[in-house]
Design a binder for this molecule. Structure first.
Ligand SMILES: [Ca+2]
Ligand SMILES: [Ca+2]
Ligand SMILES: [Ca+2]
Ligand SMILES: [Ca+2]
Length: 1297
């Protein structure tokens, strides 16, 4: 059985080769549809296609010379000969590459010159700020040289010129004289439907393909405009309307539906169970022509009921004569109307019927009549038509060979694009032929805006927008965009792009205002549209920044973005994590094509975002059918857009804004949820929070903001204006964060550290809901001041407390589960606490707290090892016995004494009388501490367990020290004033399964951070705003922490993730009692006494404790690893390359220092190093020279039993390349320029008590075989005395490899 669509097209003209699906199954190569990819068309229609802009440009130039022009009029025959010669010579140029293109794949660079030729458009688009202004009024003397149409909605004026020089004149005059009145002005510009890939239907139709419909097709119905569409049996529940004549049942599938994978991919069947769309919903397809007589479309074509067809009268007075199914804004021109070679075939007046082939006959009649003869250019010597001598603003009318009322495809050039798009939206379902559109009962308004060469001129598109708005379309589908994205724009191109965007925005704004949705295709250049944005370009209309514009990319059947190789060319959808909203199936989509059999119709497969956009338009039509079912208001673009985006299926990593593909079923279900009064649909986060995070805190974070007086007034007037404090607009809102902390997630929120009418607290976390359904959230406050805004799953719920004790409730619909939702409470006018309670789908009348673990705060980053720290500690195999120990871990304490004359401000912004108090009591000060800043001293301790100031200060100074030590000043400093710093350790979940821990913390003031996330703060509530008495030490228990919530089953032992635990502290030794201590315990035991030593959960760290002091007899050593720069990869601009660990990526070469082949210097300072035992070399000294690449990354490292002398280290590299030094997890040195004195700011390591050793790593980035690598320490006068190198003594130890 021969499938439909494979019959030979009987009407195919011998002149043209039809780019439609070919019947030969042996023909494997699909025919491209883009002009660039249509060599056959180009070859056979050269005079009408590519040469056009060039010829136009040529004539434009000539038009500047009236003498030549008058010569043309006087010698028309000579001129036409000249044109023929010009055209033929261009032909020669065009055909050759075209022929190559057809066999070897098509490049896409041919349009490079097009912007210039387009700039010579004969149409100008103008908009004034004053509604009544017009060009004709302002420039009456010039008005006879143009026709003008003003679009009612956008007030854009389209000026049509006969001659480019008048256009230029008008443009210049407007800019010079009326700049104050001008809103925008620009040349008309051209878009295109871009590359779509076409596949012959035979590729899809296998022997198992569904059979042809057996039942006889219903008798062909007369298809007259005034006939109502074929009715069907559907019950429209909301209207209670039922059709009496049941001839069509859209609940029944059609034969091609099993082949329409895109329907299944978006769960169309589930959506159709709820709605197949309402006939009141109108989708305007703006494209090439649509075959409105296609048997699978004609039942769903919109009809303008107020227009009597074919009487030559604009019955409904909308400005368009006999516009029954829509309009053809571009027309069938055989030549571009912008060319002055081809004068228009008819004068432009409002009263005359349009000069289309169908003029004077009904569309039905014209269909029955023989096809029109092949079009040919009008004689070039015809004189230009007389323009109306006194043009006034008038309604849209045919310009030259332009618009007409027949929006059907222009045979035979039409590539089927428009008809295909229309079928995807709304092909008829239940008629037992073909397939089904996604919204098979909505209506299609036919707006033909493309000419037969796929040119979508903006002037035509804008006029169509105006028409669609006027005639009540609810959704517009736009499968077109720029001819070619320009990623290296010139200043001129950028300025043009900005002008075009402004024009376009003006044209679409009225649609946004009314609530008409515009669904646009992202294009098929396989390009990142974010990149276009970044270089100041755009991709119209997809990148329009308007709330009703939805930008759609194409996905394949594996739910990845569409990409494939086609004719040796990589093609694929455009994408953009900041620009393209969502993806939808757009590959090998089966749909209707024109010129087919009047009973079965034509079908084919096409690929591209051009197919994805109408699919989304169909889903939008279903959503609007639900949203407007009760009210009849289908103009709900913003709501439909957010439903479409939020209800999509998450495909993590998909390069679109939402990381989602569209899901019709969930979209319709979501729309129904909107219909339930007071229910808010929650939008899930697009990531699995637990999988992404190294740790989950069973708590909410809280941040405090001081509100400006203006913001307080704003909030009191309208609590819904509470800002999103995480937004970039924060600063403009007058909010000043002044403290952060965390609190348990369950129960009431009270006991705020700061309060007052001008204080707002932001409480945030991540909500994990396990099942679908409707949840309840109840919030109560006893404060009459309270202004509360809860944002959950991107739904903002705002309440203003009217009377103390008021209770507020919201119902929250969850359609995706399990899923994570962002949760934020903004509480302004902080006074007494607020309470919240939840109800659940299973028990709606129960109100209570959330179960443990449902509301958490995540680190949102995995725990990562430090790249320069070796995975393994020294072992008996690779180290002398005195290095081997079971006691790993410990704490590193980095600290500084506060300078005596500190200028630290307190939280209120004033400088306190007592600087010590300012440091100790200002919680913001702790937040500013960072391990990247410089601290004067460092020391290591086994445990942080100091209960008094005496023991603590002693520990800071490294215990018993002697006056002979260089760092003896530390104890004196610490003993005389307040100190601050960071204590760091690394923890991991232990093997026996303990993964949730809490900590017991003792301090005067401290903050705890886990993997960088603040989760506990001890700061007494009483401190603000005055300066009360100095606090005593406080002991508190932190919220519970779940480590490694999604455990990697293979991660055991040392491979388990390490989490950095950081305690930032400030204390004073002058206090009678001040200490610092931390213990850990199980989350289930709130008993303070149940907490114990940190040792069981401490992980290997960038330091460890050896079993005994190093042997003085042992030689020191440093291990160096070298990688080929090419293998490691280039760093980001201004960043360091990420040099791997040798365990992860084997180095190209390894060597040790000291090295007998290394360059040797005498070490004169204190005679510390013998010859050859210093650190100075080139890599070609120590490595086989012939094996070295030109550029290496070199890392040298060792466990170091001391610090750098006086905290100073200098690194030398004889190239201007980065060097960096890490010491015990801290980056203590970084330089990218050898001219800078390379002095480190490492902390002065006071004392490695208990045989601690810390990892020292120095990295040289981009080393040539001849680069000098050298380290010195304890000196500042480098490099004048290069002989001072670091002595590799017994302080340095590297395990045997
Ligand atoms: Ca009309
Ligand atoms: Ca009429
Ligand atoms: Ca037409
Ligand atoms: Ca059908």
């Amino acid at each position: 059985m021969q499938p439909p669509g494979t019959e030979q097209e009987s009407e195919t003209s011998p002149i043209y080769s039809k780019p439609e699906p070919e019947p030969q199954p042996t023909e494997p190569e699909p025919q491209p549809t883009e002009p660039e990819l249509q060599p056959t068309e180009q070859e056979q229609q050269p005079t009408e296609q590519e040469p056009q802009p060039t010829v136009q440009a040529e004539i434009r130039t000539d038009a500047q010379r009236p003498s030549f022009k008058s010569w043309v009029h006087a010698h028309p025959f000579c001129f036409s000969s000249l044109v023929v010669i010009v055209v033929l010579s261009i032909l020669t140029v065009i055909i050759v590459p075209s022929a190559v293109c057809s066999t070897a794949g098509c490049g896409s660079s041919k349009n490079d010159n097009e912007p210039e030729s387009i700039a010579n458009s004969l149409r100008l688009l103008v908009r004034f700020t004053e509604p009544d202004a017009s060009v004709a009024k302002l420039l009456p003397l010039l008005s006879k040289y143009f026709n003008t149409t003003k679009l009612g909605s956008s007030r854009l004026e389209v000026l049509q010129f006969e001659d480019g020089k008048f256009l230029t004149e008008v443009k210049n005059l407007l800019k010079a004289k009326y700049a104050d009145k001008l809103d925008t002005l620009g040349d008309d510009f051209v878009l295109s439907s871009g590359t779509t890939v076409q596949v012959p239907l035979t590729a899809l139709l296998s022997p198992e393909a569904p059979p042809q419909p057996e039942a006889p097709i219903q008798p062909a119905q007369p298809f007259a405009p005034n006939m109502p569409p074929i009715s069907d049996t559907e019950v429209i529940a909301s209207r209670g309307r039922r059709s009496a004549q049941a001839v069509l049942d859209s609940t029944k599938p059609d034969p091609f539906e099993p082949l329409m994978w895109h329907l299944k991919a978006v769960n169309a069947a589930e959506a159709w169970a709820l709605t197949r769309g309402l006939p009141e919903v109108i989708v305007a397809v703006m494209d090439g022509g649509i075959d409105i007589e296609h048997p699978d479309l004609k039942g769903n074509i919109w009809v303008n009921k107020d227009e009597i067809p074919d009487n030559g009268i604009d019955d409904d007075r909308n400005g368009y004569i006999d516009d029954v199914y829509g309009y053809d804004f571009a027309g069938p021109c055989t030549v571009d109307w912008r060319s002055t070679i081809s004068p228009p075939p008819a004068p432009a007046t409002t009263s005359a019927p349009p000069p289309s082939a169908a003029a004077g006959r009904s569309l039905l009649q014209s269909r029955r009549s023989p096809p029109p003869p092949p079009r040919s250019p009008p004689p070039p010597r015809s004189p230009p038509p007389p323009f109306n001598a006194n043009p006034v603003d008038r309604l849209w009318s045919p310009f030259e060979c332009g618009s007409d009322n027949d929006p059907r495809p222009d045979k035979p050039m039409d590539n089927g694009h428009g008809t295909h798009v229309a079928g995807i939206v709304a092909a008829v379902r239940g008629n037992k032929i073909g397939g089904a559109g996604l919204a098979p009962r909505v209506r299609i308004m036919v707006l033909k805006v493309a000419d037969p060469w796929n040119n979508f001129y903006a002037s035509n598109v804008f006029a169509a927008y105006d028409y669609a708005l006027k005639m009540g379309a609810h959704v517009l589908t736009n499968s077109f965009g720029p001819r070619q994205p320009v990623f290296n724009p010139t200043a001129f191109q950028k300025a043009e792009a900005a002008r075009q965007e402004l024009l376009y925005t003006r044209a679409v704004q009225p649609l946004a205002d009314k609530g008409v949705l515009l669904v646009a295709a992202a294009g098929n250049e396989n390009s990142n549209l974010d990149g276009l944005r970044d270089v100041g370009m755009n991709y119209l209309p997809c990148t329009l920044d308007l709330p009703n514009v939805l930008c759609v990319g194409a996905s394949d059947n594996a739910t990845k973005l569409w990409q494939e190789v086609f004719y040796n060319r990589d093609i694929g959808t455009n994408y953009g994590p900041r620009t393209v909203d969502i993806a939808a199936p757009g590959v090998r989509v089966l749909s209707t094509t024109p010129f087919g059999d009047s009973v079965t119709g034509n079908y084919d497969l096409k690929s591209g975002s051009s197919m994805a956009a109408p699919l989304v338009s169909g889903v939008a039509a279903l959503v609007l059918s639900v949203l407007g079912a009760e009210s009849g208001n289908f103009f709900q673009a913003a709501r439909a857009k957010s439903i479409l985006l939020e209800s999509g299926t998450t495909q993590t990593g998909l390069q679109v804004v939402t990381q989602r593909t569209v899901d019709a079923a969930r979209a319709v279900q979501t729309a129904q949820a909107f219909g339930i009064d007071g229910v808010h649909l929650l939008a899930p986060m697009s990531v699995d929070v637990a999988a992404k995070s190294g740790a989950l805190l069973r708590s909410l974070t809280e941040s405090y903001y001081r509100l400006s007086a203006a913001m307080v007034a704003t909030l009191e007037a309208d609590v819904a204006k509470a800002p999103h404090v995480s937004s970039p607009a924060l600063t403009t809102l007058g909010l000043t964060p002044f403290a952060t902390a965390a609190r348990p997630a369950a129960g009431a929120l009270r006991g705020f550290k700061h309060n007052g009418a001008d204080v707002m607290v932001a409480i945030r976390g991540h909500l994990n809901l396990p099942s679908r359904g409707v949840y309840g959230l109840r919030v109560a406050s006893t404060s009459p001041l309270a202004l509360i805004a809860v944002t959950v799953g991107q739904r903002r719920l705002s309440w203003k407390v009217q009377t103390a004790g008021s209770t507020y409730e919201a119902r929250l619909q969850v359609d995706t589960a399990p899923a994570w939702f962002e949760f934020e409470v903004l509480y302004a006018g902080v006074a007494d606490g607020i309470e919240y309670a939840w109800s659940f789908p299973s028990s709606f009348n129960y109100w209570g707290p959330l179960p443990e673990g449902w509301l958490v705060t995540a680190t949102m980053a995995p725990a990562k090892p430090l790249p320069y720290v070796p995975r393994d500690m020294p072992t008996a195999r690779n180290a002398p016995a005195f290095h081997v120990t079971a006691a790993v871990g410990g704490f590193q304490l980095l600290w500084s004494a506060m300078p005596a004359n500190s200028t630290q401000l307190d939280a209120t912004g004033s400088s306190p009388a007592d600087p010590a108090a300012a440091i100790v009591f200002n919680p913001n000060f702790l937040s500013t501490l960072s391990p990247d800043q410089h601290y004067s001293y460092s020391v290591f301790v086994d445990e942080l367990a100091f209960s008094t100031s005496t023991t603590f200060v002693s520990a800071l100074a490294g215990g018993a020290i002697t006056a002979s030590r260089a760092d003896a000043g530390a104890l004196a400093e610490a003993g005389s004033g307040p100190v601050y710093g960071i204590a760091t350790t690394y923890i991991q979940s232990i093997v026996d399964g303990l993964s949730a821990v809490a900590f017991r913390v003792t301090c005067t003031h401290c903050q705890l951070y886990l993997d960088g996330l603040l989760f506990h703060e001890t700061v007494d509530a009483a401190y603000v705003p005055g300066f009360p008495a100095l606090p005593t030490t406080t002991t508190r228990i932190t919220p519970c922490v779940t480590l490694d919530p999604v455990r990697n089953a293979n991660a055991t032992g040392v491979n388990r993730p390490r989490h950095q635990l950081q305690i930032r502290f400030a204390t004073t030794s002058r206090s009678s009692a001040a200490g610092l201590a931390i213990q850990h315990g199980a989350c289930t035991s709130p008993d303070l006494d149940a907490f114990m030593s940190m040792r069981p959960i401490m992980a290997p760290a960038p330091w460890y404790r050896a079993s005994s002091a190093p042997s003085s007899a042992a030689n020191g050593s440093i291990q160096c690893d070298a990688w080929d720069s090419d293998a490691v990869g280039q760093p980001e601009y201004m960043q360091l390359a990420n040099i791997p660990r040798p365990e992860d990526v084997p180095p190209l070469a390894r060597f040790r220092m000291p090295n007998t082949r290394a360059t040797s210097f005498v070490c004169p300072v204190g005679q510390l190093c013998a010859a050859g035992r210093n650190f100075t070399t080139t890599t070609n000294n120590v490595l086989p020279q012939n094996s070295l690449p030109s550029s290496l990354y070199v890392r040298c490292w060792a466990w170091m039993g001391r610090g750098f002398r006086s905290g100073l280290v200098t690194v030398y590299l004889s190239d201007r390349l980065p060097t960096v030094v890490y010491l015990a997890g801290q980056q203590v040195f970084r330089s990218g320029d050898w001219t800078v004195v390379r002095q480190s700011r490492a902390p002065n390591t006071t004392f490695l008590s208990g045989n601690f050793r810390q990892i020292m790593a120095v990295e040289w980035h981009g080393v040539s075989p001849f680069s000098w690598l050298s380290m010195t320490e304890g000196r500042v006068d480098f490099p004048s005395d290069v002989s001072v190198s670091i002595p590799i003594d017994t302080s340095f130890f590297a395990p045997a490899p």
